[in-house]
Design a protein around this ligand. Structure first.
Ligand SMILES: NC(=O)c1ccc[n+]([C@@H]2O[C@H](COP(=O)([O-])OP(=O)(O)OC[C@H]3O[C@@H](n4cnc5c(N)ncnc54)[C@H](OP(=O)(O)O)[C@@H]3O)[C@@H](O)[C@H]2O)c1
Length: 295
């Protein structure tokens, strides 16, 4: 790590998230240097004891570890282009949202400059930063992660997901897919029950029970996926297909949007055509490994 630093950590990017990150580090008692393209956004943090930097370069030079949190990777490249020669021996923790390829490219870029790199995904909104509720996924060098635990733990629940720098971004989108899957399925049910004048609050306790029951199957289904065997211990894909046909028909008859039920059914139909009818639900995974179809 580089020497002659005067703070523990530098934050580059003081938007909504960057200010929350810097604020949490100050609350935890760290010496924090901050830099933002628009300098006015640093004022509140400076009043709380953060140290100012007059450029991204001097900000990076102030600490052994820099946390970046700007809009996107294009912004990140613009912010770090002048800093490239200063990174040698330092650690960059990048919490800017992006995809796995961007994370791996950034890792190569920093490593070519002799720096260590952790890529992160913030699974939280700014007001929760600094609390256990704020999950921060990090991937890259485990040694770098372990060396910065006091800093990373001050931001929330710092969770190491693996050495491949693309993993944080992949966990990020996988988690979002889980979230939207649950939300859209809940809304489908709300719309169906509304046709019988059942309001969302009346329906929702049942929806929660169904969702929790389903989540309880996942660990066993994961074992099936990992072993590549799909014994139909509970229900076959053919049985699921029958239930989905009811969901599609009921939605269409009641004038409720049937796109989501039709998607469910088309995936299962394809699996059945591929000879999977007597297997358990996760055999459908094969359909997720294929290029998406437009028809
Ligand atoms: N807010 C959330 O709830 C949330 C949750 C999870 C993840 N994130 C991620 O966190 C990152 C930041 O989000 P945010 O909510 O803080 O966004 P924001 O409030 O819009 O802030 C964007 C930041 O990026 C800086 N920036 C943009 N272009 C730049 C450039 N070319 N050079 C230097 N700095 C540049 C901005 O500087 P200026 O002030 O000069 O414009 C500002 O500091 C994003 O990747 C976002 O996806 C946010």
């Amino acid at each position: 790590m580089a020497s002659q630093t005067n703070s523990d950590v530098t934050i580059i990017g003081l938007g909504l998230m960057g200010r929350a990150l810097a604020g949490a580090l100050l609350t935890a008692g760290h010496r924090v240097t901050v830099w933002n393209r628009t300098t006015a956004k640093a004022e509140e943090l400076l009043a709380r004891g953060a140290l100012p930097a007059d450029s991204a370069t001097s900000a990076v030079n102030a600490s052994p570890v820099t946390i970046s949190c700007v809009s996107d990777y294009q912004s990140l490249q613009q912010a770090f282009a002048p800093v490239a020669d200063e990174l040698d021996g330092r650690l960059l923790v990048n919490l800017t949202s992006g995809d796995s390829a961007q994370a791996r490219d950034m890792a190569r870029w920093t490593e070519r400059r002799g720096a260590h790199y952790l890529d992160g995904a913030v699974m939280a909104v700014p007001p929760t930063i600094g609390t256990a509720e704020a999950v921060i996924l990090l991937s890259g060098s485990k040694t770098a992660f372990d060396s910065q635990r006091p800093v990373l733990d001050a931001l929330g629940t710092a969770t190491y997901v693996g050495a491949d720098h693309g993993l944080s971004a992949l966990y990020d989108v996988a988690g979002l897919s889980m979230m939207w899957g649950v939300l859209n399925s809940w809304l489908q049910g709300v719309a169906l029950l509304a046709t019988a004048d059942i309001d969302a609050s009346t329906y929702t306790p049942f929806a929660v029970r169904m969702a929790q029951g389903t989540v309880g199957w996942l660990a066993g289904y994961a074992d099936q996926v990992d072993s590549g065997t799909y014994p139909p211990d509970d229900a076959t894909l053919a049985t699921h297909a029958g239930g989905m046909a009811h969901l599609v028909a009921e939605s269409e008859r009641l004038g409720v949007n049937a796109e989501l039920p039709r998607l469910f059914r088309s995936l299962v139909d394809r699996a059945i055509t591929a000879g999977q009818a007597e297997k358990s639900y996760p055999a459908l995974l094969e359909q997720f490994g294929q290029e998406s179809r437009t028809s």
